[in-house]
Structure formats: C-alpha cells, structure tokens
Ligand binder design. Structure first.
Ligand code: NAD
Length: 498
C-alpha cells in the first residue's frame, strides 16, 4: 500500500555512511527554526546525518496547532472506529517498512540489529495494533443513582499531550506513548531523545501517509533543556507523559507546578532485584532469564535486573553457570547479526559506566566475570558484561542505576533478609525471583515493592499488562494495558436530572 519504496537495512547503513540520515520537525506550520545538530552513531562515533534542534518558539507554534486541531475536533471527534481504521493503515505501513525502522534504531542507538528486527519493531507495531483494536471497545459507565437522575461517567481526551521520550528503546517508547494518547483522541506532540530521533521521525511520516492529521500528531526535535523544558513549562499543554531518568522526571513535576499544573506521568529509573532462593531450579531457562534481565539491551534498560540477590547455598553454582552462559553474549558491532551487546549510547555514558567499574573495584567487590572495555572494536564505546560478587548494601553499585552491563551479586540466608535486600532501594520498577515453593512465591510477590514482579523468569509483562514503577521509579500512571488509557483521558460526570 505504501507509495514509497521499501528500504533495506543495508541501504540505511549506507545512508549512515554517507551522513544522509535526517530527522526534522514535523510541525504543521511555517517559520520554524532551522538550527541543526550533528547526529553521531555510537557504533563507531561517526556522523550519520543531522537532526533539527528546536527551541521554545517551535514548541509554542506546535502547541497552537495542536490546540486548534483539538478544539476543531478533526481527530478528537472522529468516530473511534475511524481512528482505529487509520491506525490500522499506519500499522500496515509499519509492517512494510519494518526493516528500515529496525535499521534506524540500530544505527541511531547502537542496538544489535537482530534485537531491532526481532523485538523492538515487532513490539512497536504490536502496541499500535493493540490500542487500535481497543479504540471502539472501551467505553464509560452509568452510575447506580436511582430514579432521580441519570449519571453518566465518561472518559474524555485530555487535550494537548506532550510525549517526552528516552533513547534506549526509541521506536518502542514512541509506541508506548503515542498509541494510547492518539487513540484516545488527543493532539500529541512528540519530543524524541536528541540521541535517537530517526525512527520517531519516520514513524510520524508513516502516520501522515496512513491518514493521521498532521495537526494531531507533531514532532519537535532537539535538546531536552530547550524542547523538553518548553513542553513541560507551556501554559497550554495539558499533560506530559515522560520516560527517562528520575532526575529529569523531577524537573517535569517542577515545570508543572510552576506553570499550569498540567498532568504529569513519569516512567523513570530502576535498580531491580533478581532473587534466587535456596529451592530455585537453576536450569538453562532460568540462567538465560537471569542473564537477559541483567544484560539485555546492554543493560540500558529501566527494568534491568541489576542486583542479583542469591541464597548462599546456591551462589557458587549459580556464578559458574552465569559465567558459562555469558559465552553466548557476544560483544561486537550492532551490524553483525550474532552480536548481543553493542556499544554504550554515547561517550559521556560510557565514561559513567567505566567510572562504576572502577568505583566497584575500589570499594572492594570481587570481579567474577568481564570487567573489560573493548577498545579493539574501534571508536565505539563497548563494555563487556561484568559480574561483581560480594556487593554489600553500602556499596555504590548496590544503590545507583548504572544503565550499563554491570551486575551486582549479594548473598542472603533467610527469606526475610532477601525481601529486605530486594526492597532496599529508592526505586521500585521491576523484580524477579526464583523458587519452587508456591506459598513463598505468593508471599514474596506481595512483599516486594515493585510495579512488575515476575516469578521463575524475567519479564516486563506484555502489551496487555500495565507497566510502571513504585517509589522513585514512577509517578502518576502506567504505560501499557488498558490502564495506560487512564493517563490520556479525564473523567467527567454528566448528571441528567429526571
Ligand atoms: P533523560 O532523562 O536524560 O532524557 C529523557 C528525555 O528527557 C529526553 O527526551 C531528553 O531530551 C529530555 N530531557 C533531558 N533533560 C531535560 C530537561 N532539563 N528538561 C526537559 N526534558 C529534558 O533519560 P535518558 O538518558 O534518555 O533515558 C535513560 C533513563 O530512562 C534511565 O534512567 C531509565 O531507567 C529511564 N527509562 C525508564 C523507563 C520506564 O518505563 N520506567 C523506560 C526506559 C527508560
């Protein structure tokens, strides 16, 4: 159905080499800023093209367009089934262009191409398909008021929604925000991370091709301090849904307090525990899940299971199996289909991760595996998956989110101690634990303070289940599932007097 030719991953990689990849503003107006930033790939630190570098004026123009569009109702007042049909056309285009989208995330974020092709882009499309299907299946309520009145409880779109995205899952995070926000009838302004704007740009172009009005979905590219802050501080933005660091999440609460009390939903950082009890079965599936929780996506993953809390009786055998399993976690160029671990996203982040390697050694933890930086891979920033044992709760590695491939191992003796260690964090995004005892499984799942708890395996859930954090991992709502629609709607009571 697409009018444009499909582009292979090799063509995207060639465009990157020729510095031709571009992501610009998609704002339905004129007189926008023209400043740009060079876009570097972390694969070898070379320039692959440019992105637009917007400012507060661009945001202001986009908000005016979005507001007019919302009040005109060109998207908001379409029948839900019509919004669904457009969204489904968009999904068909995403399927057609999935290889191109995967290659854009690969080259922009340094994510292994196999992951982008098999996980990120299919999950992105699934998210849009799922919310498209929900469009005409979710509706309001009638309250049991008695005969004096008819009371309708209806959900209405919030209005102008800002979606501020991180760099670690560029296409997927776009989907998590845009799909439920748009299907609910809002006018959406996306601000992709400045390090990874390419797939957001391409997805938005495809949206227009499918029939989403250009005024109802816009993209403003650029730096967080300029574009992100302008969205957060704008008096006519009704809501911001943010995924990123806890530090910047806090700023959005300040922006809201200092401006129009816009609604804020935050999905922030984590330091998630994986607990292995004395009765856990450590078969290949368990080992694979423990390693995936710890190292998937170079550990640049908010739900990364970065603290392994293991019963002392299991520790030696577990560490041996993890070391063995790590042989499959090949560090290398993301272009190579067999690569499992690509580079860190940028030099500053690589320096931060390297600093944690050194600090953990200095604080006296025991290096069990990895610990090396792969300088032979050129000028990208590659860190080997690393395991440190004897990490005590007072050590930096136990407490701070590294967002890089360093796993902290701490041992325990009793169930109470395990729960207390698991909860000893200012974060509470995810947790997983391993046991064969059903009573313990329920007890521990109830006691752990985290938004998603998985038993005998690692999972973030799927599109049907809400995802978000306890404590400083989140605020104000959930992504995914029907629960996400609550973020993007407000509740109105219509009281009809008999
Ligand atoms: P970040 O907070 O640096 O940036 C996120 C977004 O905020 C980017 O678009 C950025 O441009 C913008 N931003 C930066 N400074 C800003 C400012 N002063 N004002 C307004 N906007 C600003 O986060 P990141 O480094 O892109 O992503 C990594 C973080 O995201 C990690 O902490 C990770 O745990 C978290 N994360 C959480 C989830 C979740 O669902 N809980 C998912 C993915 C990532």
């Amino acid at each position: 159905m697409s009018t444009k030719e499909q582009i292979t991953k090799e063509q995207v990689f060639e465009q990157a080499k020729q510095q031709k990849l571009w992501a610009g503003h998609l704002i339905a107006a004129e007189n926008l800023s023209t400043e740009t930033l060079d876009n570097y790939t972390p694969i070898d630190n070379s320039v692959i093209g440019q992105i637009a570098s917007g400012n507060a004026d661009d945001v202001d123009i986009a908000v005016k367009v979005a507001r007019d569009s919302f009040e005109n109702g060109e998207w908001q007042r379409l029948a839900p089934a019509e919004r669904k049909a457009i969204m489904q056309r968009w999904c068909a285009l995403m399927h057609e262009h999935s290889e191109e989208l995967a290659a854009l995330d690969c080259v922009d974020a340094g994510k292994p191409i196999t992951e982008c092709l098999n996980t990120d882009i299919p999950a992105t499309i699934e998210t849009f398909e799922w919310y498209a299907e929900a469009a005409d299946k979710v509706f309001g309520k009638v309250a049991p008021t008695g005969s004096a009145a008819l009371a309708l409880i209806v959900q209405e779109p919030i209005g102008v929604v800002g979606a501020v995205l991180p760099w670690n899952f560029p296409a997927q995070m776009y989907a998590w925000k845009v799909a439920p926000a748009l299907i609910s009838g809002n006018s959406v302004i996306v601000k992709p991370a400045e390090l990874t704007s390419l797939s957001a740009y391409r997805l938005t172009e495809l949206a227009y091709e499918a029939g989403v009005p250009k005024e109802a979905l816009q993209l403003v590219c650029g730096l967080g301090e300029k574009v992100g802050a302008a969205l957060g501080q704008h008096m006519d933005v009704d809501m911001v849904s943010f995924t990123g660091s806890t530090e910047v999440g806090r700023l959005f609460l300040q922006y809201a307090a200092q401006s129009n009390l816009k609604e804020i939903v935050l999905e922030c950082g984590g330091k998630s525990p994986q607990v292995v009890f004395d009765d856990a079965v450590l078969d290949d599936a368990a080992i694979n899940d423990i390693l995936s929780a710890a190292f998937w996506n170079m550990s640049e993953n908010c739900s990364c299971g970065s603290r392994l809390i293991v019963h002392s009786s299991q520790k030696a055998a577990l560490l041996e199996k993890l070391k063995e399993g790590l042989k499959d976690w090949k560090v290398g160029s993301p272009y190579n289909p067999s690569t499992a671990i690509g580079p860190m996203i940028e030099k500053a982040h690589f320096d931060k991760v390297s600093h944690y390697l050194q600090t953990t050694k200095d604080e006296g933890a025991t290096l069990v595996a990895g610990g090396n930086i792969h300088s032979e891979l050129g000028s990208g920033w590659y860190v080997e998956p690393t395991i440190f044992d004897n990490v005590s709760p007072d050590m930096t590695l136990f407490n701070e989110e590294v967002f890089g491939p360093i796993l902290a191992v701490t041992s325990f003796e009793t169930e109470e101690e395990a729960i207390s260690l698991a909860n000893l964090s200012s974060y509470g995004l995810a947790a997983s634990f391993y046991t064969q005892n059903i009573k313990r499984a329920y007890r521990v799942a109830s006691a752990i303070k985290a938004g998603t708890v998985s038993i005998n395996g690692f999972s973030e859930g799927d599109i049907t289940t809400p995802f978000g954090g306890y404590k400083q991992s989140g605020f104000g709502g959930r992504d995914n599932g029907l629960e996400a629609l609550e973020q993007y709607t407000q509740t109105k009571t219509i009281w009809v007097v008999n």
